[in-house]
Design a protein around this ligand. Structure first.
Ligand SMILES: Nc1ncnc2c1ncn2[C@@H]1O[C@H](COP(=O)(O)OP(=O)(O)OP(=O)(O)O)[C@@H](O)[C@H]1O
Ligand SMILES: [Mg+2]
Length: 460
């Protein structure tokens, strides 16, 4: 009974007078943002929500720019649990229920993850309008990947859009940059004759596409592609937590492309899988560089904004954290209904938060809160809902797992490999610590008498 009471809500912690502070599924659907100075406990506060989501059967897709979310995988011994203040029973339950995977774009250290913008999946039931929107967003991503800026950018983007539309309408098999390069060698007359690009510009475009099929970019754009359904998949009784680890990428531009890729994929997935109740969480930590204020427009900005604006209607709850929320696009912040505010150390941070607090609290409350924020300790927060609920000060509960930065060198230790097994009766996915198809074949055969038609590794 106790567990039931606890899991239907997202349990965050307790007030000084030991009242439990929780969020409901509806709160999560209206998005939650955690802000505070470095070390105030923002990431932990968001991880608490992910843990309870997993215990509740709600999967999460997470973008991890700092590498400290992967530590969900680290596990613990029950003895340690008590010593460290975990609740051992729930912590074990979390380990049993959560199906955690780390995806590493541009690297095979975790599960290799492709940012292939041509791998869009448009289902049969998609409306014409949504298909146009998705193809248009893909064309913009490709233009950005190809590094077009300035005068040519718009013409190239429209040209690529027409190519994608043609590919989609004629069901052509153009699934990656190598295929696209071949397509560009013989652009259909109906597109070429529009004169958007000169012959020379088309040759240049084809060369730019070819460059994406060589070296590191080949790894980045042509390694195995995962659909959102793959990221949300877990064996029966378990719930997926899929972490996209950004530290394997070298530049902010690559990270922007990755965030853009995931946001676009979630957006097209949710159009096809609408739900009125919470069906998944999308959590992006330290969001400010991907959604900056003002005229700065990394490729991730537009797609994140669109996702935050639409997600609730489709049952997708969004969580984010930032220590520099003043540098973040204000329009995006206004999409977040629940504000979880931790210690704010500087005058500048206080000044910036004043605007939000004023819009949600009375004058006296605002004055008091602005005096309280600098006095909060690590792990202490004030939860600010929209106007009707009073701000609540509380201390976060312990995580059910360890919290530390999972270095790249530690990831292989936790890696599992994914195989697609085909049989006469259908097909299924197998997760395994074993690395070769032969080993996995032997193991599947020894465990069941089914006749295997084929096994294909889905991860390198
Ligand atoms: N298992 C745990 N449960 C709860 N709190 C923890 C746990 N492990 C560590 N902590 C506390 O969380 C603090 C760090 O919190 P966190 O990483 O969430 O801060 P942050 O605000 O995200 O910082 P940054 O700005 O550096 O990302 C540590 O000081 C530590 O005391
Ligand atoms: Mg953090």
């Amino acid at each position: 009974m106790f567990l039931l009471g606890r899991f239907v809500m997202f349990y965050l912690g307790k007030t000084k007078d030991t009242r439990e502070v929780s969020l409901s599924k509806e709160d999560l659907l209206r998005h939650v943002v955690s802000i505070g100075s470095s070390g105030s406990g923002k990431t932990v506060s968001c991880k608490l929500l992910i843990e309870d989501a997993a215990l509740n059967g709600i999967p999460s897709i997470i973008i991890d720019p700092q590498g400290d979310i992967g530590s969900f995988l680290s596990g613990f011994s029950p003895d340690d649990a008590e010593k460290l203040g975990f609740d051992p029973e729930t912590a074990l339950l979390f380990q049993e229920k959560a199906h955690i995977n780390i995806y590493t774009p541009g690297s095979s250290v975790g599960r290799t993850f492709s940012l292939n913008p041509l791998g869009f999946e448009l289902g049969e039931n998609i409306s014409k309008e949504n298909a146009i929107q998705i193809l248009d967003a893909s064309a913009k991503s490709i233009t950005s990947i190809l590094k077009y800026t300035g005068g040519a950018e718009e013409r190239v983007s429209k040209f690529i859009y027409l190519c994608l539309e043609y590919i989609y309408e004629n069901s052509l098999e153009v699934g990656n940059f190598s295929d696209f390069e071949n397509f560009l060698a013989q652009v259909p007359d109906e597109i070429a004759s529009l004169g958007l690009l000169t012959d020379l510009e088309r040759v240049h475009l084809k060369t730019q596409v070819k460059m994406r099929t060589i070296g590191f970019e080949k790894l980045l754009f042509e390694s195995p592609s995962f659909s959102i359904n793959d990221l949300l998949w877990a064996p029966s009784g378990k719930t997926a937590i899929s972490i996209i680890y950004l530290n394997t990428l070298n530049t902010q531009r690559e990270k922007d492309l990755c965030v853009n890729h995931i946001s676009q994929k979630i957006y097209s997935w949710m159009l096809e899988n609408p739900s009125s109740s919470l069906q998944m969480l999308f959590y992006i930590d330290e969001i400010a560089p991907f959604l900056p204020a003002g005229a700065l427009k990394p490729i991730s900005k537009e797609s994140l904004l669109l996702l935050f604006r639409q997600a609730r209607k489709f049952g997708v709850g969004c969580i984010t954290a930032t220590q520099s929320f003043g540098d973040m696009d204000y329009k995006a912040l206004s999409q977040f209904n629940t504000w979880n505010i931790g210690k704010l150390a500087t005058e500048q941070e206080l000044k910036k938060v004043k605007k939000v607090v004023e819009s949600r609290c009375s004058r006296d409350e605002t004055k008091e809160l602005l005096q309280t924020f600098p006095k909060l300790k690590g792990g202490e927060f004030i939860l600010i809902h929209p106007k009707e609920i009073k701000p609540i000060r509380y201390r976060t509960r312990r995580l059910h797992s360890n919290h530390f930065v999972l270095g790249i060198d530690l990831i292989p230790q936790f890696k599992t490999y994914l195989y697609h097994v085909k049989t006469f009766n259908g097909s299924f996915l197998v997760y395994s610590k074993l690395k070769t198809v032969k080993n996995i074949k032997d193991r599947v055969r020894s465990q069941s008498k089914i006749k295997i038609l084929g096994i294909k590794p889905l991860t390198a």
